[in-house]
Design a protein around this ligand. Structure first.
Ligand code: CMC
Length: 436
């Protein structure tokens, strides 16, 4: 961050003196006006619900150019990472700042793959949940509970503790997600196998049973790995900001990540892939392609409250680059499984085409986001709809940890404490009960 060669002057219509505010430039993206002294100098706050104009931190991890539809992890375009690297390379990149060299890659893969087994007691903890609990409710609990299992890595201010917590979380998230699934369907948990890849191991823990050998399908393994890469980080979104805010109090890393999982669950964020698939199935039930016109009319009628799930993004005002990659993967998976004529995929393509030509979406710059196609891919792999957000959480864990590490290492970081514009009652006295 460097001081820009100009500053902002804030003037007031009531005659209060002007104040000068410094402006900083990042490497790319909009400059920022430093308002940290605003309250001290004027007694006023800024008002920005939803942080539409607020940079809450400086970060060197992920960069999004929403107008261009560009996403970079540590400077590398998402398209190159998705095509030339795997998810664990991406994890190394996000955590350490650059892609691993040959030996680093071997060591890191080995480190993650050999720490996938969870504490045996975890399965008894899991048994406390109802079998029909939503997997995100279960995951929020399981991830939070890790701090009760690993007392040796709970000091967020200790870099070694954070490193161990990151390795444990990245290694064990697939095991926890698969356990949550197996518990729901009443099948025995599958212990991880260290000779498999990260994604292959997850597939086996999900779909293998102790009764027979499980052969990993390389196309599905590759597709899943790509889903993980595309969801690994996404700048200061709601769940990442939640993790940062939660971690800013000094709580332990497992608790901070559990807060991220809870935030991700919402349908406007990670829950959108589940909501998107449910939406496609509902359109299919109502008549499929023939019902699209009616559905779009409902979306445009604000009184219905219906949104086109998988469309729109706070930052992308262009095609989400992850959606293009996901569409490519969708083709590969459906072809491999002989599902080229999958009616939901056809419906999604048609819906996308119609929406992209419609004035309502064009004017508001609403384009497909990553969730538009990821649900179709996951469903084809056999992942149940209510586990989609759990897969997202698994993949995003590394991003959350990288952002948490960055925050703790930032000398300018403080406990997060937003202020407010108070609109409630003026001071008043409590009246005796009979006079209220
Ligand atoms: N369908 C219909 N209208 C929409 C949609 C949509 N999906 N998204 C935004 N709009 C409209 C919105 O009603 C508003 O219209 P108007 O100007 O007439 O009031 C306008 O577009 C601007 O929307 P906004 O709500 O101010 O935009 P936002 O930046 O606050 O919201 C969003 C971003 C992602 C919450 C929203 O686009 C949305 O709810 N999309 C559907 C859910 C979804 O797919 N979420 C996944 C996001 S990507 C995965 C992730 O990162 O978690």
């Amino acid at each position: 961050m460097k001081l820009a060669n100009h500053a902002a002057t804030l003037s007031f219509s009531n005659g209060s003196p002007n104040i000068e505010l410094p402006i900083y430039s990042g490497r790319m993206g909009p400059d920022v006006i430093d308002i940290r002294k605003l309250y001290g100098q004027t007694g006023m706050f800024t008002y920005d619900p939803g942080f539409l104009s607020t940079a809450a931190c400086q970060s060197a991890i992920t960069y999004i150019d929403g107008d261009k539809g560009e996403l970079l992890y540590r400077g590398y375009p998402i398209e190159q990472l998705a095509r030339q690297c795997d998810y664990l390379d991406t994890c190394f990149l996000l955590l350490k700042g650059d892609l691993p060299k040959i030996q680093e890659r071997k060591d890191f893969h080995q480190l993650i793959i050999s720490h996938t087994m969870v504490h045996e007691q975890m399965q008894f903890f899991l048994r406390g949940f109802r079998r029909d609990a939503h997997p995100m409710a279960v995951l929020t609990g399981l991830v939070g509970a890790l701090s009760a299992f690993y007392h040796d890595s709970t000091d967020i201010n200790n870099p070694a503790h954070r490193e161990i917590a990151a390795i444990r979380l990245i290694s064990q998230m697939p095991t926890l997600v698969a356990m949550a699934y197996k518990y729901g369907v009443g099948q025995p948990y599958m212990y991880p196998r260290n000779e498999l890849s990260y994604a292959g191991n997850f597939l086996r823990m999900m779909f293998g049973t102790p009764c027979e050998d499980y052969q990993v399908n390389p196309v599905l393994e590759h597709a899943l790995d790509r889903i993980f890469i595309l969801h690994a980080d996404h700048e200061q979104n709601a769940s990442t900001s939640t993790v940062r805010l939660c971690g800013s109090s000094g709580t332990n890393p497992f608790a901070a990540i559990a807060a991220g999982v809870a935030c991700l669950w919402g349908p406007a964020h990670g829950g959108a892939n589940e909501a998107c698939l449910n939406m496609l199935e509902e359109i299919q039930r109502q008549g499929g392609v023939a019902h699209i016109g009616r559905f779009i009319e409902q979306v445009k009628d604000k009184s219905t409250g219906i949104k086109l799930m998988g469309f729109g993004h706070r930052v992308y005002k262009n095609y989400d680059p992850r959606a293009k990659l996901m569409q490519e993967t969708c083709h590969e998976v459906l072809a491999n499984l002989g599902l080229d004529n999958d009616p939901l995929f056809k419906l999604a393509r048609e819906l996308e085409k119609i929406a992209l030509e419609d004035d309502y979406f064009v004017q508001r710059k609403l384009y497909p986001n990553v969730d538009f196609y990821s649900g179709i891919v996951q469903r084809a792999i056999g992942i149940p709809v209510n586990l989609f957000t759990g897969i997202f959480a698994l993949a995003r864990t590394v991003g959350w940890m990288a952002q948490l590490n960055e925050m703790i290492g930032d000398p300018e970081y403080k406990i997060g404490r937003p202020r407010q514009l108070f609109t409630g009652s003026a001071p008043r006295d409590v009246k005796p009960l009979e006079e209220r």
